[in-house]
Design a protein around this ligand. Structure first.
Ligand code: PLP
Length: 396
């Protein structure tokens, strides 16, 4: 009945984890939900006012397919500041969230049979979109190297069919922040082996401790001609529901994206575009600082609680807003009994026994990982993590 294409993907497993938490809550259980890839926060006043102004002006029409020129100009200024280079509006396309930016990139860059290198654990949508685009994901395991890919492993995964690599730093789910040396190595390899870099920096505003986020185009400027920057306001302004993202890259890519988007969604929501434009014009950075300090304190509270884990290493959580636990030492062969044997079982036990919802690493290609979001409401995070520690420590 359905197209063969539908065999290439299932529903996002992170969405499924959220749904399981909601189903348990709807059934009357008291659930602390640490699955969400979003931050609990008030709306930025500039966003609210920008949207209300646009509505009061009666704005209701299509905009340019890839976003209002004024917004693209404002984004080009933002990207110029982020990268220390000059970017122009014709190198930017506004999309309905970063997800559409990534999808557009896959659609305009991939030919059937192309290989795309994806460091694993990975955000669950990357390989799905590559498959939909007719390509094949090639995974590079980062688990033995602090979740940062080794250059030698990327080289080993490179073939004459390699068309692109997806770099997501700071990383969802692992929280890894790629160092300059790794980025230099990847950039040089992309130049030498002639492949694209899809650079997802949706969590670029959230780095902790002494870490710094480095846009790859700033590290090796020559790589700009083969890099697509993907970003959104979903995380940086806690604006997941408003669906404004963007991609930036060479003009011919942007033109192809414009043609593609003209046949799919057309422009992103006009009111949301005006709201983001108002923020870019009038925001003083205060909202972003508030969000960052909220996450810094949530991270500290969380790390304090997680430091009591006895058989699971305390996560580094250098970037983003996730704690990513390595459960390898906890999971036991089936015969020993008692402790669960897979991360999926851990997630099920957490939900049924502790009332805590988390995402299993299987969603990210890692059957021994567990992701917990500390974007959750502050009053829920600490008790949720305490319950988790108690349960995980009980499996001796
Ligand atoms: N890229 C990464 C790494 C993400 O984690 C997410 C959302 O979780 C996205 C892209 C998609 O963001 P958006 O909601 O803007 O589509």
């Amino acid at each position: 009945m359905l197209a063969q294409r539908t065999n290439l993907f299932g529903s996002s497993r992170t969405a499924a984890a959220r749904a399981a938490a909601k189903a348990a809550a709807d059934a009357g259980k008291e659930i602390i939900d640490l699955t969400a890839g979003e931050i609990w926060s008030d709306l930025a006043p500039t966003i609210r006012d920008g949207a209300i102004d646009a509505i009061n002006k009666g704005i209701n029409r299509y905009t340019d397919t890839i976003g209002m020129m004024e917004l693209r100009e404002a984004l080009a200024r933002k990207i110029s500041l982020d990268t220390g280079q000059i970017w122009k509006a014709d190198e930017v396309a506004v999309t309905s969230g970063a997800k559409q930016a990534l999808f557009n990139a896959a659609m305009v860059l991939l030919n059937p049979g192309d290989e795309v290198i994806i460091p694993a654990p990975y955000w669950t949508t990357f390989p799905a979109q590559v498959l939909i685009g007719g390509g094949s994901p090639v995974f590079v395991d980062t688990r033995k190297n602090g979740y940062v890919p080794r250059l030698a492993d990327i080289k080993a995964a490179t073939t004459d069919r390699t068309r692109a690599i997806v770099i997501n730093t700071p990383n969802n789910p692992t929280g890894a922040v790629y160092d300059v040396e790794t980025l230099v190595g990847i950039a040089e390899l992309a130049i030498n082996c002639n492949f694209w870099i899809i650079f997802d920096e949706c969590y670029g505003d959230f780095v902790h401790g002494h870490r710094t986020h480095h846009p790859i185009v700033s590290v090796i400027p020559e790589v700009r001609a083969r890099t697509i920057i993907v970003n959104a306001f979903s995380k940086s302004l806690a604006l997941t529901g408003w669906r404004i993202g963007y991609l930036a890259g060479p003009k011919e890519v942007i033109n192809a994206v414009k043609a593609l988007q003209s046949h799919t969604t057309s422009n992103p929501n006009v009111i949301a575009q005006h709201a983001v434009l108002a923020h870019l014009q009038r925001g003083d950075g205060g909202y972003e600082s508030k969000l960052r300090s909220q996450l810094t304190s949530a991270r500290q509270i969380g790390l304090n609680v997680l430091s009591s884990l006895t058989r699971v290493p305390v996560p580094k959580a250098h970037g983003g807003f996730y704690f990513y636990l390595d459960l390898s030492d906890l999971l036991r062969p089936a015969l020993v009994g008692g402790a669960p044997t897979t991360a999926d079982e851990v997630v099920n036990s957490l939900l049924s026994k502790a009332g805590v919802a988390a995402v299993s690493g299987t969603a990210f290609g890692d059957p021994v990982g567990l992701r917990l979001s500390y974007g959750a409401p502050a009053e829920k995070l600490e008790p949720g993590l305490r319950r988790l520690v108690e349960l995980l420590n009980s499996w001796e």
